[in-house]
Ligand binder design. Structure first.
Ligand code: ZN
Length: 206
């Protein structure tokens, strides 16, 4: 059995992790309909971070698909999506934050992806200003012809996963998005799982 590290990301919380170049990273939506806000940093130099704007430009699309790389602020591939059977992930939205809950939903003290990611990254020595816009796995963003876009309930089902291959040594962080005030997570916040290392199903894709 290949070596694996499994990290449970509890509902409403965030966790950080490391992935070596060439390793497989899998994010599992354990119960379904749960968005995860995912960020990457180069482990060699964390000034180099995920850039969803560079990813959009280089892929020429507002959404990513199987085979697409996720690019860094220096225009280099950080990870490549090697398996995706869900087909609905987001590279246009910012992580939910305190301000969004206070201003838009009038809720004080609601947990947020920004706080979850900042907290997880602080544990490995990265401060809050480092936080890039995330790759929002399982987030179902819908685009209209007139240019507007909005978020609908996630379509991921229990056990669905997105699988990536690290293209450089990475520091990562994932937040199980606490947004329970609109339908994005089906009004029910649940755990995610991070698996670092090959799983048998993906060995053939290396
Ligand atoms: Zn969120």
């Amino acid at each position: 059995m290949p070596e694996q590290t499994r990290i449970r990301v509890p509902a409403n919380e965030g966790r950080s992790f490391r992935v070596r170049a060439g390793e497989i990273l899998t994010i599992v939506d354990i119960e379904g309909r749960q968005i995860g806000d995912l960020v990457f940093f180069s482990a060699a130099d964390p000034h180099e971070r995920l850039s969803t704007s560079c990813t959009r430009a280089r892929c020429g699309r507002l959404q990513v698909r199987e085979g697409d790389p996720l690019f860094s602020t220096r225009g280099r591939p950080m990870a490549t999506i090697v398996e995706d059977r869900v087909g609905a992930h987001d590279i246009v939205s910012h992580p939910c934050d305190k301000g969004r809950y206070e201003l838009d939903f009038h809720v004080i003290g609601h947990p947020s992806c920004t706080e979850n990611l900042v907290g997880a990254l602080r544990e490995i020595g990265l401060e809050d200003w480092w936080l890039p816009d995330p790759f929002n796995v399982f987030m179902n963003t819908v685009f209209l012809e007139d240019g507007r876009y909005f978020t609908e309930a996630a379509i991921s089902r229990a056990g669905d996963r997105i699988v990536m291959r690290a293209e450089m040594d990475l520091i990562g962080a994932l937040s199980a998005c606490p947004q329970d005030l609109y339908p994005a997570n089906g009004y029910r916040i649940t755990d995610l799982e991070v698996i670092v290392g090959d799983t048998n199903e993906h060995m053939g894709q290396r």
